[in-house]
Design a protein. Structure first.
Length: 116
């Protein structure tokens, strides 16, 4: 059974930083690409960043390039999202995602609020 559990969200001031974590289980983590998505109130869920199975290739939404970094530790079955220079527009629920055997799996999400 695929399980994804996000953590690390919270309230941060503009310009601050947060590091999100996603602990994965139920599949061979080291062989699957992983993604982070986010969904702001009243908006669609959009992809933020992705990373290949070995971490050799990463990609980012234009809105977060240069500020966010996705990484993974295959020994710990965990994917991370380091978020720097946070802006109020980054306020959203952040979700970890894997496409396993053609099915999209999601965690329950972690709330990130950027506000002074």
């Amino acid at each position: 059974q695929v399980q994804l559990v996000e953590s690390g969200g919270g309230l941060v001031q503009p310009g601050g930083s947060l590091r999100l974590s996603c602990a994965a289980s139920g599949f061979t983590f080291s062989t699957y690409a992983m993604n982070w998505y986010r969904q702001a109130p009243g908006k669609e869920r959009d992809v933020v960043a992705g990373i290949t199975s070995r971490g050799s290739i990463t990609n980012y939404a234009d809105s977060v390039k240069g500020r966010f970094t996705i990484s993974r530790d295959n020994a710990k079955n965990t994917v991370y999202l380091q978020m720097n220079s946070l802006k109020p527009d980054d306020t959203a629920v952040y979700y970890c995602n894997v496409v396993y055997r053609g099915i999209y799996y999601w965690g329950k999400g972690t709330q990130v609020t950027v506000s002074s």
